[in-house]
Design a protein around this ligand. Structure first.
Ligand code: FAD
Length: 338
C-alpha cells in the first residue's frame, strides 16, 4: 500500500532522474512530479549532454567519483541496450585538447570513461595552437529525447505528473509528507539560496552528418559534439548573465573559434541556436533538512545546483537523494507510514 506521499519538484534531468529512482525503489511511496516547465523547455534540453566533469570544490572527490560512475554506468547500460534510440543515449569518441599542459593531466573520471589515453604528437599536429590532448570514449545523453523517455518510465512505475509553478514549499505541506527539491536555478527563489546563479550558455545546433568525433577545448569554451540528429557547437559560459535572447556577438565568436578547430563547419547548416541558463553553484547541494511548514516539520531533500554538469551527475546525485528519502522514511513518526 502506498502511504507516504512524495513530491519531486522539477522536470529537468535532475528532477526526472530523482523521481524515477524513488518511484522504482520505494513502493511504499506515491510519487508526484510537479514542475513549471517540461521538455523541451528546460535548461536540460539545451545541454549538449556530454558525460564529462570538472571538480566541484566542496564535495569529497570520492563522492564525485561515485556520482560520475553511477551516471556513466546507468547511461552505458542504456546506450548498449535496445532502448538507446528512443532514450537518446549514445557512445561517442573524440578528444579534449589544451593550449597549455593542465596541472591535472588525468581527470578523476579518466578510469571511468573508456580507453582514456594522451594524444600522440601526430594526432596533436591537427591542432597547432594546442600542446596537449586526451582521447577517450564517453556518452552523450540528448535530453530532448531522454526526458520524455524518463517521463514514460516514471509514469509506468506509477508516478504522477503535474504541471504547475510552486511558489513556496508551504503550498505542498498539506498534500505531501516528503518534498524533494530539484528546481535547479529555481532554488534561488523557492528556497532562497543566494549561492545559486545563472551561467548563460549559447550554442548552435548544426547539420553536419560527416562529423563523427567530438572536439573539446579543455578551457570549456569551444566544443563540437556530434549527436543523433545534429552537432552541438558552442559555446559561452557567462556567469551571472540571465539573458535568454540570442547574442549575435556570441554567435560570431563561437563560429570563429570552432571553425579553427573544425574547418568543415563552414559547410554545416545552422538548424537553431538555443540559449540555456545553467544552475550555477560552487558545488551542488544534495542534502536534507526539516522545514517548518504551516506548523508541521516537513522533511525536504535538496538536489540542485549542478552548474555545467547536470547531465553527467544526474543519476549519481539522484541515487544519493533516494538514500536521503529512505532516511526520512526511517525518521518519520510511525503513523505517517501506516
Ligand atoms: P533544469 O533542467 O533547469 O530543470 C529545472 C526544473 O525545475 C524545470 O522543470 C523548472 O520548470 C522547474 N522549476 C524551477 N523552479 C520551479 C518552481 N518554483 N516551481 C515548479 N517548477 C520549478 N551538462 C552536462 O552534464 N554535460 C553537458 O555537455 C552540458 N552542456 C551544457 C550546455 C549548455 C549550453 C548548457 C546551458 C548547459 C549544459 N549542461 C551540461 C548543464 C546542464 O544543462 C545542467 O546542469 C542541467 O540541465 C541541470 O538540470 P536540472 O534538472 O537541475 O535543471
Amino acid at each position: 500500500m502506498k502511504t507516504v506521499r512524495v513530491a519531486v519538484v522539477g522536470a529537468g534531468v535532475v528532477g526526472f532522474s530523482t523521481a524515477v529512482c524513488i518511484v522504482e525503489a520505494l513502493p511504499i511511496c506515491s510519487v508526484t512530479l510537479l514542475a513549471e516547465k517540461f521538455s523541451p523547455d528546460t535548461t536540460s534540453d539545451v545541454a549538449a549532454g556530454m558525460v564529462l566533469a570538472e571538480v566541484f570544490p566542496d564535495i569529497p572527490l570520492e563522492r564525485q567519483r561515485r556520482w560520475f560512475k553511477d551516471g556513466f554506468d546507468h547511461l552505458l547500460d542504456i546506450a548498449q541496450s535496445e532502448h538507446a534510440p528512443e532514450a537518446g543515449v549514445l557512445l561517442t569518441s573524440g578528444c579534449q585538447i589544451f593550449k597549455e599542459v593542465p596541472a591535472e593531466m588525468k581527470p578523476f573520471w579518466s578510469d571511468i570513461v573508456i580507453g582514456f589515453r594522451n594524444m600522440t604528437d601526430l594526432e596533436l599536429k591537427r591542432f597547432p595552437n594546442h600542446k596537449f590532448g586526451q582521447v577517450f570514449t564517453t556518452l552523450k545523453c540528448e535530453c530532448s529525447i531522454y526526458l520524455p523517455w524518463l517521463e514514460k518510465r516514471f509514469r509506468k512505475a506509477g508516478g504522477r505528473v503535474e504541471q504547475r509553478k510552486v511558489n513556496s514549499l508551504q503550498e505542498l505541506s498539506n498534500n505531501f509528507d516528503i518534498i524533494v527539491n530539484c528546481t535547479g536555478l529555481g532554488s534561488r527563489t523557492l528556497v532562497g539560496d543566494n549561492q545559486v546563479h545563472p551561467i548563460r550558455g549559447q550554442v548552435f545546433k548544426m547539420e553536419a552528418p560527416w562529423l563523427k568525433h567530438f572536439i573539446r577545448d579543455g578551457d570549456g569554451m569551444s566544443y563540437i559534439y556530434p549527436g543523433i540528429h545534429s552537432v552541438t557547437v558552442g559555446g559561452t559560459k557567462q556567469v551571472g548573465d540571465s539573458r535568454l535572447q540570442l547574442d549575435q556577438g556570441d554567435s560570431k565568436s563561437i563560429l570563429e573559434r570552432c571553425r579553427k578547430l573544425e574547418p568543415s563547419l563552414r559547410k554545416a547548416k545552422v538548424l537553431h541556436e538555443p540559449v540555456g541558463l545553467r544552475p550555477g553553484r560552487r558545488s551542488p547541494r544534495v542534502d536534507k533538512e526539516l522545514v517548518e511548514l504551516r506548523g508541521r516539520q516537513v522533511p525536504v531533500v535538496h538536489n540542485y545546483g549542478h552548474s555545467g554538469w547536470g547531465v553527467s551527475f544526474a543519476w549519481g546525485t539522484a541515487r544519493d537523494a533516494l538514500g536521503l528519502v529512505r532516511q526520512c522514511l526511517h525518521e518519520m513518526p510511525l503513523q505517517a507510514k501506516l
